[in-house]
Design a protein around this ligand. Structure first.
Ligand SMILES: Nc1ncnc2c1ncn2[C@@H]1O[C@H](COP(=O)(O)OP(=O)(O)OP(=O)(O)O)[C@@H](O)[C@H]1O
Ligand SMILES: [Mg+2]
Length: 298
């Protein structure tokens, strides 16, 4: 049975129950999305939980998740539907010679010869689904324009078949890393959610959720360091994904503390550019060196 939340609070708790810790605006916008039937455009830096939010919503709402991963050059045939040419051809060949072209034509442009792709699957599903259109900024503007018809009317026009209207209202999430500015027309049709790096306490909670075995003091220190590192002017600051990976790495290595040595060893788990590595080692690594070491080195 698909859920229909009655309040923001309910959504917030529901998402937590499936392992996603939402900020206040995330819970609010998610609630509104289920009520208003408007798509949500989720923007923010890499690794802050944009994709995961869609997965968590699907789990919480007990709906199937249908995902369309966008990439450069993605077209309607891969996103909406395609005619099954091979099957059509076989159908034509199987037809006895005396059947008129009219009959065959009516036949081969029926639903049976259609290959539904994610957008059409979402629209025609008899059960309401969660539709994730991931990394929409990777597609071009023509594709965006095509999405507009879908997102405003929840319908698809197929020239040979007519209109296919949504039987149920999907919850739609579009994510973007902002590699290009999306059109105003698209933004106007969406609710907007900006996901940013979480504050210290929530990030700690997220890390502990993913690695409950990690010692509490180390987990806190980890998150504090991550926040310190984010303050620097890096090419690619560490995201929640890196915090989680770091926690896992420390666990695997059996680290009892994050001292200068451990930090140096595991630095590449959290920063992944040559210049960033140098800067973080110089600015944050040194602060972890115990004063005793400094004396003995002198
Ligand atoms: N609020 C949260 N609660 C629990 N886990 C989270 C939360 N936010 C992020 N995560 C975790 O962080 C990791 C990265 O999240 P996700 O893949 O959704 O990022 P993203 O924003 O889609 O990144 P990208 O832009 O690179 O695709 C995942 O493992 C996810 O489980
Ligand atoms: Mg993602």
């Amino acid at each position: 049975m698909s859920e229909s939340p009655a309040s923001v609070q309910e959504v917030s708790e529901g998402l937590r129950e499936v392992g996603y810790l939402p900020g206040a605006s995330t819970a609010l916008v998610s609630f509104l999305a289920t009520k208003l039937g408007k798509p949500v455009l989720v923007e923010g830096p890499a690794g802050v939980g944009k994709t995961e939010l869609a997965k968590a919503l699907a789990k919480y709402l007990d709906r199937t998740l249908i995902r369309l991963q966008c990439y450069e050059g993605l077209d309607e045939a891969k996103a909406l539907y395609e005619w099954n040419y091979r099957k059509q051809l076989l159908r034509i060949q199987a037809e006895s010679d005396d059947a008129g072209w009219q009959d065959v034509q009516e036949d081969i442009f029926g639903e049976e010869f259609l290959l539904p792709r994610p957008l059409m699957t979402a629209i025609s599903s008899p059960e309401p689904v969660v539709l994730l259109i991931d990394e929409i900024d990777k597609t071009d503007q023509e594709f965006e324009a095509m999405l507009l018809e879908l997102l405003s009317d929840f319908q698809i026009s197929i020239p040979e078949l007519g209109r296919i209207e949504a039987r149920t209202q999907p919850v739609v999430l579009l994510t973007s890393n902002n590699t290009r500015e999306l059109t105003e027309a698209l933004k106007r049709r969406c609710l907007y959610l900006w996901l940013d790096y979480p504050d210290l306490e929530r990030e700690l909670e997220i890390v502990r959720l993913h690695s409950p075995e990690l010692d509490g003091t180390i987990a806190r220190k980890l998150v504090e360091i991550i926040h310190q590192v984010r303050e620097l002017d890096l090419k690619k600051p560490p995201s929640i994904a890196e915090s989680i990976d770091w926690a896992r790495a420390l666990l695997l290595l059996g680290a009892g503390d994050i001292d200068a040595e451990t930090f140096k060893q595991t630095l590449s788990v959290i920063v992944k550019h040559r210049t960033d590595l140098d800067m973080v080692a110089a600015r944050v690594g040194v602060t972890l060196e115990a004063p005793a070491d400094a004396h003995s080195a002198a």
